[in-house]
Design a protein around this ligand. Structure first.
Ligand code: NOJ
Length: 465
């Protein structure tokens, strides 16, 4: 990827913001179905209307323009384009995204399109979902339809968002659609393998229809941060542990996805660890999965601090045990899993670029800060402003240290439907008093806006110098 301007953006996804759940021919996705089952979503709500971005596109674009971003990452709902998941293409669905792309470009905002952000067509789940070896073929047909329509204007593509959550939450712990609680390792590994093949088919379909496309895959990880910076050995240990496969939770082990994609094969320990449960993995599969990519997409919210335990607790051989600090003892955002650990982005970028040798883009980073409007009707979300500044500081430090980072996208532009958690967790720069979808800018909107302005001015100066 050429190293043009740094992308300062914001990100969203279709089911979380669009609404218009059955309009203009849209079909049913697994999230439409899952959210309709009582008790699946914590607040009992669903994404039928969400932020109503399907009807409020112009307001969203105006917000992006005012924010001053030069990039916007959004996802396409497969079921708007091919309502049954396979078969007939719905032109009205494609037209919606085509207009979105035109409006973005008119405003000098580069579109980053995610092709799969969790909303699988329900009929394809009924055919087996990620257990079905044919799923990648259906994906290729959908991607072809999208790229044929938008590929003259969209150059930045992401095949799949967060495989860890797709399989880990959707297929193993059951907190996301389709809500499976799979205990059979064989089936979990099969789902992972098909997801990787789906990525491969997606890349092929993009390249076949858009010769100058920049393509990436988006993962999510908690970085392992060395707590004691003087212990040179510790960073090495953190790096090694970061790429280790966890036998009891393969779905949450990044290297299971990233090694085949970026390096061409699963890690050696995968074959040993799961010898009795392997899916069928052919040479052709591995080649399909391992296609040249242009960037590593990475989402990060929280990380872990690590240290080597005191010698008194060492192993018999005298080795100090690698230990992760208890996250419960750390400052946390308004959602239990989000510990405030800005340094994490620095180490993530370092580890991932070291192993996979590609430029990296932070495709998501954001804070759940549920501050409600004050008596002046404004939202003084100071913690979110501090969060953004501190995380971006570490992104910039990594850049200064020579790590090849090309972009930062704040998650999210709008408060939106936070999957199984419903509407309570708020990640947006813009507040929505749901079910009312009026948009109210928060203080953090100004913070991010000023930060972008300042950084863009610096980049311009740097170029002149
Ligand atoms: C990552 C996901 O991609 C996004 O959909 C979600 O809302 C955020 N994390 C916050 O949990």
């Amino acid at each position: 990827m050429d190293s043009g301007d740094f992308f300062w953006g914001s990100a969203t996804s279709a089911y979380q913001i669009e609404g218009g759940f059955n309009e203009n021919g849209k079909g049913e996705s697994i999230w439409d179905r899952y959210a309709s089952v009582p008790k699946n979503i914590k607040d009992g709500k669903d994404g039928k209307k969400a932020c109503d971005s399907y009807h409020k596109m112009d307001q969203d674009i105006a917000l992006l323009k005012e924010l001053g971003v030069n990039a916007y990452r959004f996802s396409i709902a497969w079921t708007r384009v091919i309502p049954d998941g396979k078969g007939k293409v719905n032109e009205a669905g494609l037209d919606y995204y085509s207009r979105l792309v035109d409006e973005l470009l008119k405003n000098n905002i580069t579109p980053f399109v995610t092709l799969y952000h969790w909303d699988l067509p329900e009929p394809l789940l009924e055919e087996g979902g990620f257990y079905d070896r044919n799923l990648p073929t259906y994906f290729a047909a959908y991607v072809t339809a999208v790229v044929k329509k938008l590929g003259d204007r969209v150059k930045h593509w992401i095949t799949i968002n967060e495989p860890e959550c797709i399989i880990g939450n959707g297929y193993v712990n059951g907190t996301h659609a389709p809500g499976y609680k799979e205990t059979d390792t064989k089936k979990i590994l099969l789902a992972i393998h098909n997801l990787l093949r789906m990525h491969g088919e997606g890349v092929k379909a993009i390249r076949d229809n858009c010769s100058d496309a920049k393509v990436g895959f988006v993962g999510t990880d908690r970085a392992l941060i060395p707590q004691d910076k003087d212990d040179a050995h510790l960073e090495e240990e953190c790096y090694k542990h970061f790429f280790k496969i966890q036998k009891d939770s393969p779905a949450w082990s990044g290297a299971i996805y990233y090694d085949p994609i970026y390096l061409g094969d699963y890690p050696k320990e995968y074959y040993k660890m799961f010898a009795d449960d392997l899916p069928s993995i052919s040479k052709e599969d591995l080649e399909l999965i391992h296609q040249p990519l242009d960037f590593i997409g990475e989402n990060n919210y929280a990380s872990d601090y690590c240290f080597l335990a005191e010698p008194s607790t060492s192993t018999k051989k005298g080795k100090r045990v690698f230990t992760i600090k208890d996250p419960k003892t750390m400052p946390c955002a308004d959602i239990w899993w989000e510990q405030i650990t800005p340094e994490g982005v620095y180490y993530l970028a370092k580890y991932l670029t070291k192993r996979y040798h590609l430029p990296l883009i932070f495709t998501e980073n954001g804070m759940c800060d549920n501050t409600e409007p004050s008596s002046d009707h404004l939202i003084h979300d100071t913690r979110r402003s501090d969060y953004i500044k501190s995380y971006v500081d570490y992104v910039l430090k990594a850049k200064r240290d020579g790590i090849d980072i090309r972009g930062y996208f704040y998650w999210s532009l709008l408060d939106n439907f936070e999957w199984g958690e419903g509407y309570k967790p708020r990640f947006g720069l813009v507040y929505l008093p749901f079910p009312d979808t009026t948009r109210v800018k928060k203080d953090s909107f100004e913070t991010y806006k000023n930060l972008i302005k300042e950084q863009m001015a610096k980049e311009k100066e740097g170029k002149k110098a």
